[in-house]
Design a protein around this ligand. Structure first.
Ligand SMILES: [Zn+2]
Length: 106
């Protein structure tokens, strides 16, 4: 093990429930509803809302809002399906809005 920083985690900004791991970040360069957002390969302690089709800047996607399992704050969304071939890599991935999560070392 190089260094000993421990795993960095991202938590819900309201209740500090852990929702994502730093190692699961695919991209920090996404656009959310309220500014920058991160794309995660996994998210935890979240509940999914109903699926709906949304036309985003990158084309039509089927998405579901994701909320904190503890305080129910909406933190982002999950890409369930992408219709454009170039966007398929997002399927099954999670967007967490930067403003809705806080980074912690544990
Ligand atoms: Zn919460």
């Amino acid at each position: 093990m190089e260094g000993f920083d421990g795993p960095r985690v991202y938590s819900c900004y309201k209740c500090r429930t852990h929702v994502g791991l730093h190692d699961d970040i695919i991209s920090k360069d996404f656009q959310g509803v309220n500014g920058r957002a991160f794309l995660f390969s996994h998210a935890m302690n979240i509940v999914m809302g109903a699926l709906e089709d949304r036309r985003l800047r990158t084309g039509l996607h089927t998405v579901a809002d994701i909320s904190c399992a503890d305080c129910h704050e909406v933190l982002g969304w999950k890409y369930e399906r992408a219709y454009e071939a170039s966007q398929k890599y997002k399927e099954g991935k999670f967007i967490l809005e930067r403003k809705k999560i806080v980074e912690e070392n544990c």
